[in-house]
Design a protein around this ligand. Structure first.
Ligand code: ZN
Length: 287
């Protein structure tokens, strides 16, 4: 397992962590000034400054990307099917322009939440089937430009509105069906927030192996959690044994960035430099 205690060479910042404190260009400049070498930007943050300007800012700052957030929200009614496909193809194109190593997929829950305006449904079985078909379609497109897709399983609390793929096993089952040759173009983004509770987490990380482990996200689970979406904790402030999960992915050969992704009303209220300084300190001590 890599030693993170003396530098933050392998820290990446998911830019949603400081989305309230500045636009993407300002975030990139702040990262560069703190010696952070990688980011994972969100599509809305890129759109807000323009794709060309975002790509130039990344290049000028000498940053790498650890992913691109996000593709997915695949579930919809028939009327929104074209929107889903086109939107995801654009995500692949943008990821390519930015030099991202993968597009992170949050697959969508029930259609009315995933693609607002879709006819309401309670059929989560159908939603899961739709997700798999849509990933197959997106993978065909992504393969043409050699852009890996990383399915992020989300904690089951988000099954209705964000993702009906809720465990690493479920995500890896999809990978095995759609990419049995383990081409490197389909894998998982494992976020400690979503997987720490899972009784199968160790065996599924071993099953994933290096080819399927495309991204590793860190934050912490606070007790109590006051907001289901926007009360994630800074690493070390909650109950997740982050080091043991990192050890498990690294035992499979994962050697990429440890990406800090914190959606938090608490941290969005703090000055950008303070958040980055805390992220770096915690990366060294508890990640
Ligand atoms: Zn994540």
């Amino acid at each position: 397992m890599r030693d993170f205690s003396s530098d933050h060479r392998w820290l990446s910042l998911n830019t949603a962590t400081v989305r309230k404190q500045g636009d993407l260009v300002e975030i990139i400049e702040a990262c560069a000034s703190h010696g952070i070498r990688a980011i994972d930007p969100w599509r809305d943050q890129v759109a807000a400054v323009g794709l060309d300007r975002a790509a130039r800012a990344v290049r000028d700052a000498g940053l790498e990307l650890s992913g691109y957030c996000r593709g997915g929200m695949f579930t919809s009614d028939a009327a929104h099917g074209g929107e889903v496909r086109d939107d995801n193809r654009r995500a692949v194109d943008e990821a390519k322009a930015l030099g991202a190593p993968c597009v992170v997929l949050v697959v969508g829950g029930l259609p009315q939440f995933s693609r607002p305006g879709s006819a309401p449904s309670r059929d989560i079985v159908a939603a899961r089937a739709q997700v798999e078909d849509a990933i197959a379609d997106m993978l065909d497109y992504a393969r043409q430009v050699n852009m890996p897709l990383a399915i992020e399983p989300l904690h089951p609390a988000y099954a209705a509105d964000r993702a009906c793929v809720n465990t690493a096993r479920q995500a890896l089952d999809i990978c095995d069906r759609l990419d049995p040759e383990r081409s490197g173009l389909l894998g998982v983004a494992l976020d400690v927030y979503h997987i720490w509770w899972d009784v199968e987490v160790s065996s599924q990380i071993a099953r994933a192996g290096r080819e399927r482990l495309l991204a590793f996200h860190v934050c912490d689970w606070l007790v109590p959690t006051r907001d289901m979406l926007n009360d994630r904790g800074m690493m070390g402030d909650g109950v997740i044994d982050i080091k043991s999960l990192r050890a498990a992915v690294e035992a499979q050969g994962f050697c990429g960035y440890s990406e800090i992704e914190i959606f938090s009303n608490y941290w969005w209220d703090k000055p950008l430099d303070d958040v980055l300084r805390t992220c770096i300190a915690r990366h060294r001590t508890v990640v």
